[in-house]
Ligand binder design. Structure first.
Ligand code: NAD
Ligand code: TYD
Length: 350
């Protein structure tokens, strides 16, 4: 029986990864370590919480002593590290949280893995989940490959870039069996409604303005979250130690075009007259340091590990819209408290 630590398992992507691993690998003990920040929500894991191969541990990866003790007690065979502060806008208003969790937290995990594994690294694995945002911004053409030089622009992406470098440094210096993947923007159910797609679905439903940053011309490459979870499964098991894999949807959208698709589909879903939701579009002040375009070349993982996205965007966005419309209780529960304060502060002066 292997014991696998998944950090940040109560968050958006983490909850999909925990669900996949708990259901697919009954012979793994899956331990989900999460601080339950505003973005962490155990309701995301209701369907697996009583599985015999699943355990939740509440804790902070920034607390080095706690992490060390947890590793000594559980003797993890593998780590899939997703816990992070993940929202660019929050990193602009409060960078220090990002430095603590994304950088110090990652180093605490690396140190603890080194400590328990010592020279016995055979069969062990430290898998760090990262983002395409570390590569910076593209112009109209080209794609990020695994060898694109890092050029982060937001405190979020700079903190993720820093953690990637540290993971590689622990591989090169101490021989830690690490692997890294950098993925493009994810969408799907259970995403906190501060990110573009769930926020706009929520606002359309509630007839609230849709705050489009700048001219809405920035481009993102969107991947359905379960396709990311499947890639993580593949890389965890088959990825080569010391390597990096880019994961992307080959699915670029200008923000404004994507927003118009959401508006059209929501009009149909809510039985509103065509064009009703588009009237909610409100152009607001641009995000500081806003990267123009992200696009991933995922040919390495496709060729070497045989991964490819299973869903076309048309299908994925339909599933996603249905999920948020059908899970109004989930949305209502998370759009209270800290989130409401954040939302007012974020959008009041724009
Ligand atoms: P999220 O914000 O939804 O979830 C993050 C989780 O980490 C939450 O459950 C939170 O409680 C937990 N957490 C935060 N600080 C912690 C701490 N100090 N100790 C323990 N737990 C803590 O994030 P997400 O969108 O699911 O992203 C997960 C990972 O994937 C991140 O590392 C992110 O950089 C990366 N990523 C995200 C995307 C995306 O589109 N969302 C794309 C590529 C990579
Ligand atoms: P987001 O979901 O925050 O992801 P990221 O910044 O990590 O790519 O934003 C996606 C795009 O949508 C990004 O170009 C910023 C833009 N955006 C808006 O125009 N308005 C909003 O309210 C939000 C949250 C994002």
């Amino acid at each position: 029986m292997k014991t696998i630590l998944i950090t940040g398992g109560a968050g958006f992507i983490g909850s999909h990864v925990v669900r996949l691993f708990v259901n697919k690998y009954p012979d793994y003990n899956i331990i989900n370590l999460d601080k339950l920040t505003y973005a962490g929500n155990l309701a995301n894991l209701k369907d697996v919480e009583s599985a015999s191969n699943y355990e939740f541990v509440k804790g902070d990866i920034v607390d080095g002593d706690f992490i060390q003790k947890l590793f000594e007690e559980k003797q993890f065979d593998g780590i899939i590290h997703l816990a992070a502060e993940s929202h660019v806008d929050r990193s602009i208003s409060n960078p220090m949280e990002f430095i603590h969790t994304n950088i110090v937290g990652t180093v605490n995990l690396l140190n603890a893995a080194r400590h328990i594994w010592g020279d016995q690294m055979e069969g062990k694995r430290f898998y760090h989940i990262s983002t395409d945002e570390v590569y910076g911004s593209l112009g109209e053409e080209g794609f990020f490959t695994e060898t694109t030089a890092y050029d982060p622009h937001s405190p979020y992406s700079a903190s993720k870039a820093s953690s990637d470098h540290l993971v590689r440094a622990y591989h090169d210096t101490f021989g830690l069996p690490t692997v890294i993947s950098n993925c493009s923007n994810n969408y799907g159910g259970y995403q906190f409604p501060e990110k573009l797609i769930p926020l706009f679905i929520h606002n359309i439903r509630n007839n609230k303005p849709l705050p489009v940053y700048g001219k809405g011309e920035n481009v993102r490459d969107w991947l359905y979250v379960e396709d990311h979870a499947n890639a993580i499964d593949l890389i965890y098991h088959k990825g080569v130690i010391g390597e990096t894999y880019n994961i992307g949807g080959n699915n670029e959208w200008k923000n404004i075009d994507l927003i118009k698709v959401l508006c059209e589909k929501m009009d149909v879903k809510l039985g509103r007259e065509k064009g009703t939701s588009e009237k909610l579009i409100t152009y607001v002040k641009d995000r500081a340091g806003h990267d123009l375009r992200y696009a991933i070349d995922s040919s390495k993982i496709q060729k070497e590990l045989g991964w490819e996205p299973s869903l076309q965007f048309e299908e994925g966005i339909e599933i996603t819209i249905n999920w948020y419309v059908e899970n109004q209780d989930w949305l209502d529960n998370v759009t209270s408290g800290d989130y409401l304060k954040y939302y007012e502060k974020q959008y009041i002066d724009r």
